[in-house]
Design a protein around this ligand. Sequence first.
Ligand SMILES: [Fe+2]
Length: 171
Amino acid sequence: MSKSAIASLSPETTQDSIHTGLKADYRKTMSADLSEILAATYRLTIKSHVYHWNVVGPVFKPIHDLTEEHYNALFAATDIIAERIRALGHLAPVSFGMTKSFAPSKSEVDHASAQEMVSDLISEHEQAVRDMRVAAAKAGDNDDMVTEDMLTERLGFHEKALWMLRAIIAT
Ligand SMILES: [Fe+2]
């Protein structure tokens, strides 16, 4: 391949000229919002997985199974969210260095009870729901039905996950 042909393939992503009716400023802002939501979804994927391995106690089996269901769904969601950022004309970078700040450490899982692990997941899901609700409303206000629809679906997943996590540790 010639040098000029390679150059023409350079992904000038943020320079993309997109004429879909979505304003450039909006696309930029929503891409930043979705990047935060992507990071939160990865955070929950990792936490769900780490707790899946390390949970102990009488409710081991239901939590082990539910977290597996969740981390698989969450991982699939990261692809959907990142691809929406790309469709809005922006890059979807992920710094895996950031996992250092949110992956539960050995000391955090060593003596943690099943209730503590589930409570941590509940607060993460609730934060994700609050952030997604704000972003979904913004998408709706800007006639971005595709992002709004995607976030509505994500909200449905997280709210159902919250119900199940609460039910599992109810006394
Ligand atoms: Fe497993």
